[in-house]
Design a protein around this ligand. Sequence first.
Ligand SMILES: [Zn+2]
Length: 398
Amino acid sequence: MRRIDLKKAQAARLNTIRDINRQIVLNYVREREPISRAEIARETELQRSTVSEIVDSLSAEGLIEEIGEGESTGGRRPTLLRLRTVGAIAIGVAINPTRTTVATSDLAGRIIAQEGSFTDPEPDRTLDNVIDCVRHFSEKNKDSIEAVGISIPGLVDPSTGSAIYVPYFNWRDLPIVERVSSATGLPVTIDNDANAIALAELWFGRPEVNDARDFILVLVAEGVGTGIIFDGQVYRGERGAAGEFGHMIVGSGAPVACSCGNDDCWEAFSSERAALARYTKLIGPEASAAELDFAELVDHALAGEHAAKAALIETAHYIGIGISNLVVGFSPEAVVVSGEITRAWALVETALTEKIERTVRRGLPSARILPSTLGEQPTLRGALSLVLASKFAAAFAA
Ligand SMILES: [Zn+2]
């Protein structure tokens, strides 16, 4: 039961029915393509004429297209519809602690072109690079780019478009949306990386995830971030600051300092940096003179190297402690783990899940702990989905 928001009631009254029907038809095409008008009408129980009217307007807006005729079930062969696949409509910008990637995608989220560079700790230089890339892609695609989505590894206020705090570079109160938008003339949306990935899982993830109304995304990277999907949308909290579970306290004496400076945060036990520190301790500082990055550590573990495996398993144990706390508190349908560590899923799955199985929830159906299926660049998929999800989401809650 949801309490009505009277401040939004007037607009909702005028637009709700039309808007909801439009989103229903668009999402039937998105999820069941290729599909005919008659099938949509049958499955949605909308009037055939209503469906045709909505299909015409979605075609005119360039969201869906006809792709020829399907099998006849007696009578005329039906015309089949699908999402429009031609051309780039979105630009995604993933600002990661080490690299920044800018890419274009079509309406279905397929990446068309991308460029990358090292993230400069000097924010003006990073933003200038981003602006150059966005301009370049925008000009290359004439007028087809509709908006830009940006993901960053820190606290964001989505209502003002400012990065409140990015711990890796100590960026504070950086008006990113204003800068990129005024320089490129395009609408820009920004969100925290874990929230953006959670949104991408909700709209473009595997069915076990995107059919869930409540799930939690855990991003294990240089830091640890979480995105909470509550009732089919990102839960943001006051000023968009919800989901900072990376900084919940899980113990003391972590192998590295947290990005916030403390040594008792979940992130300090569970991040890629924590795993690398454990590995260095196991093999000795001399042997680790040629410094590994985390991807190489995973490669070593997959190749069977004992110390690399031990470092990953111990790290997974701490990731599991945090996930267990989240599951006890939220009772989500699923927890999705994103990051390079998922390449070693078979190796770390037991360590990840054993804590959860021993909690107070014994006897309750346990939340599924799943690796992300968004591929190698989850933050980029997240950045793109900030633009794409708004095309498919209902403007007003049903
Ligand atoms: Zn912290």
